[in-house]
Design a protein around this ligand. Structure first.
Ligand code: NAP
Length: 283
């Protein structure tokens, strides 16, 4: 049986239509001015520059504006903190995205944590993570939140299922594990020190690969009927999972590209619209 393809690209496009209407309504209560997502890019990494451009383009597609801040590679932590502080106090800005990773001399965690919680639409602050983990409303980290939105859209419940997350980064693996736990999955988190990774993955009803290595998760590790979520994206269109042999025998999978990636950007703009609504509708 052919597995269900979890089409993040199509879901993102459909969601953009609804977001366009919501932004138009917001403009009406804000003298014609759209909510603004501020994006901060530090340095000249071409992949990061592409991601920031894609996020700005997504804002434009739904009628929102983006304020693009580009800082030189040699920016210090203090300089970046000052920029974030300005944006926190800028009434016109509803969401702030600091593109990860920043150059190594910058204390990225301090800078993420300096983002005001009501503007943390990319879900990167420690307090946002803590709130989300405790089940208190907060903007979720964009990639795992996008994965949860994709699972929900396809009515794939994780309740009672054994979920295995490979990777424990602060913006992906860890919040993914907390979100799956909140959705009543039984969650195991693997990382570079995990022993017998293949055996752990073999138990999973839901596999979420966030390992950052092309096709590192082998197809024969994954059991028949599993749901396979692949957050990886590598040159040549490969993900973190060896997907091809699985398409005949799993329940559902995210394609690479077109699965998780579009949902990440879509979640960022979705959460920015929500932040705009909270701010502007309370006037
Ligand atoms: P990361 O910070 O490099 O984290 C990778 C994680 O994988 C770490 O927790 C690491 O363990 C674990 N790991 C590394 N080697 C392993 C091994 N041999 N066995 C088991 N675990 C291992 O990466 P990230 O930022 O979370 O991103 C992960 C992947 O997702 C990348 O491919 C990235 O491009 C992709 N990504 C996609 C999107 C999207 O929108 N589609 C967004 C963000 C990231 P340790 O903690 O022990 O080092």
């Amino acid at each position: 049986m052919q597995a269900l393809l979890l089409d993040g690209k199509a879901l993102a496009a459909k969601t953009e239509q609804a977001l366009t209407a919501r932004v138009a309504a917001l403009k009406q209560v804000n003298q014609g001015t759209a909510p603004i997502l501020a994006t901060i890019l530090v340095g000249d990494d071409p992949a990061s520059a592409t991601y920031v451009r894609m996020k700005g383009n997504a804002c434009e597609r739904i009628g929102m504006s983006s304020l693009r801040i580009e800082l030189p590679t040699e920016t210090s932590t203090e300089e970046l903190l000052a920029e974030i502080d300005n944006l926190n106090h800028n009434e016109a800005v509803h969401g702030i995205l600091l593109q990860h990773p920043v150059p190594p001399q910058i204390d990225e965690r301090s800078c993420f944590d300096a983002i005001a919680i009501d503007k943390d639409v990319d879900g990167v602050t420690s307090s946002g993570f803590g709130r989300m983990a405790m089940g208190v409303p907060a903007y979720g980290s964009a990639t795992p939140q996008g994965i949860m939105r994709l699972l929900e859209a396809y009515k794939l419940s994780v309740e009672g299922k054994e979920a295995v997350v490979i990777g424990r980064s602060p913006i992906l693996g860890k919040p993914m594990a907390a979100m799956l736990l909140n959705a009543n999955a039984t969650v195991t988190v693997c990382h570079s020190r995990t022993e017998n990774l293949a055996d752990v993955v073999r138990r999973a009803d839901v596999v979420v690969a966030t390992v950052g290595k092309p096709e590192y998760i082998r197809a024969h590790w994954i059991k028949d009927g599993a749901v396979v979520i692949d957050a990886g994206y590598h040159p040549g269109g490969k993900g973190d999972v060896e997907l091809e042999p699985l398409i005949e025998r799993v329940q559902a999978y995210t394609p690479v590209p077109g699965g998780v990636g579009p949902m990440t950007i879509n979640t960022l703009i979705y959460q920015t619209v929500e932040a705009g609504e909270r701010k502007l509708n309370q006037r």
